[in-house]
Design a protein around this ligand. Sequence first.
Ligand SMILES: Cc1ncc(COP(=O)(O)OP(=O)(O)O)c(N)n1
Ligand SMILES: Cc1ncsc1CCOP(=O)(O)O
Ligand SMILES: [Mg+2]
Length: 216
Amino acid sequence: MIAPDAPFAATEPRLGLYPVVDSLVWIVRLLDSGVTTLQLRIKDQPDVTVEPDIEAAILLGRKYRARVFINDYWSLAIKHGAYGVHLGQEDLDTADLAAIQRAGLRLGLSTHDDHELARAQALHPSYIALGHIFPTQTKIMPSQPQGLADLKRLAAGLPGVSTVAIGGISIDRVDDVLRCGVGGIAVVSAITKAADWRLATATLLQKIEGRGAPDA
Ligand SMILES: Cc1ncc(COP(=O)(O)OP(=O)(O)O)c(N)n1
Ligand SMILES: Cc1ncsc1CCOP(=O)(O)O
Ligand SMILES: [Mg+2]
């Protein structure tokens, strides 16, 4: 991995509500509900299997003028001209960051602690994700939850950086997370496991971005 010297293409300073979903069906539902920042996170499939959905998600993002980030599959994201890519720390050892940058894609990076944060900052990504903040059922995490105090401390040390909090963020925790100073809140189960995902999405949009769905 060779670190590019220049910063990656900028994204919004405040990414707002940022659902992370595992299918095109969810991408369509959420774009239709007025969500403007999204991630397609399909895990551990061959490129040939995921390419059609990745391409479709990127095209839908363009059609809806939304920011669709592709998790993991950075070369497919480049090939199809995605808005952006989200990578984890382990991906940094193998991904061609210079190619992502040359292609003008935005880059989001995961961080779990101060050490990973310093590594991410040195790469000048478009946004930095901090987490997991609370315990999560969605992904097995080797690290401990960071909690709100650490989130506040870390966010305060990142002036001018677009930040996203992730991990165990339920609707009733959103206000506390926002008070820590992050500009984006990434959620999986708060939407995909909600009894009423439309209501959950509308509530999150209102709390995080102060707006309703297009027809609301
Ligand atoms: C917004 C956001 N933050 C963190 C992650 C986790 O990404 P990663 O470390 O690459 O792990 P996987 O999601 O690939 O399991 C994320 N996807 N999105
Ligand atoms: C992908 C990922 N990376 C860190 S926590 C997480 C899952 C977050 O899911 P949930 O919002 O359901 O806790
Ligand atoms: Mg990943």
